[in-house]
Design a protein around this ligand. Structure first.
Ligand code: BDP
Length: 694
């Protein structure tokens, strides 16, 4: 197996589970003239059951024992008598219930729309594949966040920024004519976990994306995705009116500029009637934006919003900004720039905020913007691709990171004001809500560069649908669908996945360190780098290590970044007694000899954390080594090899980091700690030209 089938594998079941599924899928009863979405749902049930049972079930025209009955009450009027509580399911939710219909015991999959039915079909197949009981079902589910999207950082030449899984899956050159069947499989995978939007191109957007040629290509993809309930969105370059339209300016207050965008929006909607809208990275890392004309982010966003409004389109404006002329501590900058704009954005603008205030680090505290802009719908942006977490090779299950971000309590309206509530729109009563994951998908056969990275795509979708799900539950259901339901495999693999993110934190950036990665490509350690053009690009900016100590003072005696949080949170982070190990050096500069709660010194603890991370990877290798009989040879060997790479690189991270920090602290290693394999100069001299995704 090469991983292509993802979690939709549908391999033949063993006798006992086979009997369970066969009994509840003896036939399928569906409306006679299905829509494309319902056809997709039926196609998936046929495919899934053919795989699990050996043959697809027959179609029935009247209820019979063991039938799966799928339809909306409008399409299947006999469902009306059941009085199913569908109202609260909205346009995308579904209900699955074991009922008696016209005297026959059947399973009903019902919804208000055919997209809801598609989600219901996938949910039922998930139950069937994971070995759940199927004869006594009563479940319903509706998404808590309205827009659940993947942001592809795909360029038009098929390179992928921060992509580690081959080229872009969008074969732009052969589009719109050739619609690779893979686009349909992409849509199936996304629909199966409830993702309903795809931003096709990189936020560092080429203006060419908005040319008629490329709009036609995007429209072809939109046609493929439509039956699966997935909308196409585009990243746009703010200077497009100049570059493409030949206007002298892209000033958002210039009437010609506004007219250019209106006409462009009309053109897009003529080709893609259900187009989602624009994603914009403006005045960030060299991208053009309203700031070029001394206009605010709100003025820029609102001009685009006006162009999309007649078509019910949405602007998603990114808050990822930090600028050369802002001398503030980097994690303070987005808040300083956007908080004053609260209430100034048009009704169809969402502000998209990365989970942490810096940049997708292995661990960051939540961004202080969450909870601080009650008048503005905020979206959460997480990174599924592992730019700072070992690229595609390291096994790092990201659901615990996503969960940590969603569960973080902003205290904006008292205890329980979690980031999840903010982005669901529940905390401040917004109808618009969104979550975005920077995709890890590419042209590799396994889609994501490793089989275990598929779990991160999967987990993102499941949490976007329901932020209350637990990472462990998600891991278990993913493992059962992707590998086997055998508990002797599921339990150790789930445990390994659950510990993997903390392991990466430990061997890369323990105790609240951040941004210690090598310049540009971010592959491997470089805590010594301090000579880059902008201060906040340097690892030394973040670690502040010297002969006396390490860490960044972000309390009132330092940059006072803590002050951007609600008072209870600010107090917790500022106080050494309550900040905790995870964010210790993010918020505090401490002497090497600082006594940790454990009684050991900071220096000793730091060294042992690196080692703990390496040891955790060794333990993962041992776990995997005992599981070969449960996995096909191809996927087993690939994961084993990747774990060996990860172990080697975790050791490199540890050794290089310790060598550097020891050159400053001049302290001996704690008893029993192995000295770095090489001297510091060796690590400093390592170069990695042609690193992917750069
Ligand atoms: C950083 C990446 C960079 C992206 C940027 C962004 O290094 O490639 O363009 O984020 O999110 O993490 O815009």
């Amino acid at each position: 197996e090469d991983g292509y089938d993802l979690w939709l594998r549908y391999r033949p079941l063993a006798a006992a589970p086979r009997a369970v599924v066969a009994a509840q899928a003896a036939a399928i009863l569906a409306p006679a003239d299905p829509s494309p979405s319902l056809r997709a749902a039926l196609g998936e049930l046929d495919r899934g059951l053919a795989g699990l049972l050996g043959a697809p079930p027959p179609r029935a025209t009247t209820p019979r024992a063991g039938a799966l009955v799928i339809g909306t009450p409008a399409e299947l009027p006999r469902l009306t008598a059941l009085g199913l509580p569908l109202a609260r399911l909205g346009d995308e939710g579904y209900l699955i219930r074991s009922v008696t219909l016209d005297g026959a015991a059947v399973t009903v999959i019902a919804a208000n729309t055919d997209i809801g039915l598609l989600h219901g079909a996938f949910a039922w197949l998930r139950l069937a594949q994971t070995g759940a009981r199927l004869d006594d079902l009563d479940m319903s589910s509706a998404p808590r966040i309205a827009i659940r999207m993947l942001d592809h950082w795909d360029n038009l030449d098929r390179s992928v920024e921060r992509g580690y899984a081959g080229q872009s899956i969008w074969d732009w050159w052969r589009l719109p004519d050739y619609r690779d069947p893979r686009y349909t499989d992409y849509a199936r995978a996304n629909a199966s976990i409830g993702i309903n939007g795809a931003v096709l191109n990189n936020v560092n957007a080429a203006p060419d994306m908005l040319t008629p040629r490329f709009i036609a290509k995007a429209a072809a993809l939109a046609d493929v995705f439509r039956p699966y309930g997935i909308k196409v969105w585009l990243s746009v370059n703010f200077a497009s009116p100049k570059v493409l339209g030949g206007l002298p300016t892209a000033d958002p207050l210039d009437p010609q500029v506004a007219a250019w965008w209106r006409a462009k929006a009309d053109e897009i909607y003529a080709a893609i009637p259900d187009f989602g809208g624009f994603l914009v990275k403006a005045n960030s890392e060299g991208q053009p934006g309203p700031g070029d004309y001394h206009r605010s982010h709100a003025e820029g966003a609102n001009m685009l919003a006006a162009a999309l409004r007649p078509h019910h389109g949405i602007v998603i404006w990114r808050a990822f900004v930090y600028s050369a002329d802002n001398a503030e501590d980097r994690p303070r900058q987005a808040y300083s720039e956007f908080k004053p704009l609260d209430g100034r954005f048009a009704a169809n603008v969402i502000l998209q905020v990365k989970n942490g205030p810096v940049d997708f680090q292995p661990r960051e505290p939540f961004s202080p913007l969450f909870g601080a802009m009650p008048e503005t719908p905020l979206a959460l942006e997480v990174q599924i691709t592992k730019e700072y977490l070992g690229f595609a090779t390291h096994l790092v299950y990201l659901a615990p990171l996503f969960e940590e971000a969603l569960d973080a309590d902003t205290y904006a309206k008292g205890k329980g004001s979690t980031v999840a509530k903010v982005i669901e729109g529940r905390l401040d009563g917004h109808a618009l809500s969104a979550i975005a994951g920077v995709a890890n998908i590419g042209s590799d056969r396994d889609w994501t560069g490793s089989d275990f990275n598929q779990a991160n795509w999967y987990a993102f979708g499941r949490l976007a649908w329901n932020p209350d799900l637990s990472s462990r539950t998600i891991a278990e259901e993913w493992i059962k669908q992707t590998f086997t339901t055998d508990p002797a495999f599921v339990a150790p693999v789930a445990a390994m996945m659950m510990g993997s993110r903390q392991a990466a934190v430990d061997y890369m950036t323990p105790l609240g360190l951040a941004h210690q990665m090598a310049t540009g490509h971010h592959y491997g350690p470089a805590p010594w780098v301090g000579d880059l053009d902008r201060p906040e690009w340097n690892p030394t900016y973040y670690n502040r290590a010297d002969a006396n100590g390490i860490g960044f003072d972000r309390t009132a005696s330092g940059s006072d970044a803590v002050a951007q949080y609600a008072p209870p949170v600010a107090r917790r982070f500022a106080d050494l007694g309550t900040v905790g190990d995870d964010y210790l050096l993010w918020f505090h500069h401490l002497p090497w000899g600082y006594r940790m709660a454990s009684g050991d010194s900071l220096w000793n603890t730091l060294v042992s954390r690196y080692g703990r991370g390496v040891d955790a990877v060794a333990a993962m290798q041992r776990t995997w080594a005992g599981l070969d009989r449960y996995v096909d040879r191809e996927r087993y060997a690939k994961a084993a090899t990747f774990l060996a790479i990860q172990h080697r690189e975790a050791g490199w991270w540890r050794d290089a980091s310790i060598a550097y920090f020891q050159s400053l602290s001049k302290l001996p290693l704690p008893p029993g700690a192995r000295p770095p394999a090489h001297d510091l100069d060796y690590y400093k001299a390592l170069r990695f030209p042609y690193a992917p995704g750069h």
